[in-house]
Design a protein around this ligand. Structure first.
Ligand code: ADP
Length: 261
């Protein structure tokens, strides 16, 4: 077939092609930047506990092993470091799956009151270390059935309660309350009277690896991924998450869930 394209059309096509390529390159650049940043954050997070473990093991091998009390203490600390690493790797695994949309939710009908009880049982010891009282209003004697992925919701509550303990005051409180909303929904609130969060940080809380206090939080053993995991899980359920906080007074994280008959 003869080529009948005129010069103007040809120029237009070339320009269109160039535009598309430019967008493609920009997208690739953003993705590359994202990957680089993610890897940078990951190695940064892993470094601290790895060096801690290495430090204790080297000291043991250098002779500390001969002292029975020190041996036990250092081995326990090294073990803590390894636990920390496992925690970070698990969080990384979860966030990678959540961000890729690879996480299938396993919806069932379950009693959220039981999940609150499980989470409190799991974290009771942690709370006791700071003498923090875990409270759940006794009015919830009846089951509250919801439709969601039970394991994931337990993780959401665990992360939120864990944060409220980490950032809670000695002798403080963490309270979970549940309230009915319209449209067959409930809202679950986790409230603490701890350190609170300054206004300017609130919009960034759910970002991966974001921490208000870079040094302090690290010693408490978080991965900086807790809240971003929470947000992803709630959004995968097509539900909403909210935060309210007053610096110096405390914070409240809340999320909605679908009720089940
Ligand atoms: P981390 O692993 O550091 O706990 P998260 O994603 O769970 O990471 O939380 C991000 C940051 O949000 C924390 O480092 C902390 O600064 C702040 N934060 C989260 N929950 C609370 C809370 N209940 N009270 C005060 N600050 C909080």
């Amino acid at each position: 077939q003869p080529i009948t394209t005129d010069m103007a059309t040809l120029t237009q096509d070339v320009q269109k092609f160039a535009r598309e390529k430019k967008i493609e390159i920009e997208t690739l650049k953003i993705r590359e930047e994202y990957r680089r940043e993610f890897l940078g954050n990951v190695s940064h997070e892993l470094k601290t506990p790895l060096f801690t473990v290495q430090g204790y093991l080297s000291t043991l091998l250098d002779g500390a092993m001969n002292d029975k009390t020190i041996r036990k203490k250092y081995l326990e600390r090294a073990e803590k470091g390894v636990e920390r690493l496992i925690h970070i790797v698990k969080d990384l695994d979860m966030i990678t799956k959540l961000e890729a949309g690879d996480l299938n939710l396993d919806f069932t009908r379950f009693n959220i009151v039981d999940v609150v009880q499980n989470v409190f049982d799991l974290l009771e010891m942690k709370a006791d270390e700071k003498n923090i009282m875990l409270m759940f209003d006794m009015k919830y004697t009846k089951p509250i059935m919801v439709w969601a992925d039970e394991e994931k919701i337990q993780q959401v509550l665990t992360n939120l309660v864990m944060n409220s303990i980490k950032h809670g005051k000695e002798n403080g409180t963490t309270e979970i309350s549940i309230e009915d909303l319209v449209n067959n929904k409930i809202i679950v609130r986790v409230t603490d009277n701890g350190e609170g969060i300054q206004k300017q940080y609130i919009p960034r809380l759910f970002e991966r690896f974001f921490r208000v206090d870079k040094s302090g939080a690290r010693s408490e053993g978080g991965s900086g991924l807790g809240l971003s995991i929470v947000k992803h899980i709630i959004e995968a359920h097509h539900q909403k998450i909210y935060v309210e906080s007053k610096y110096g007074y405390g914070s409240e994280f809340s999320f909605t869930l679908e009720k089940a008959e």
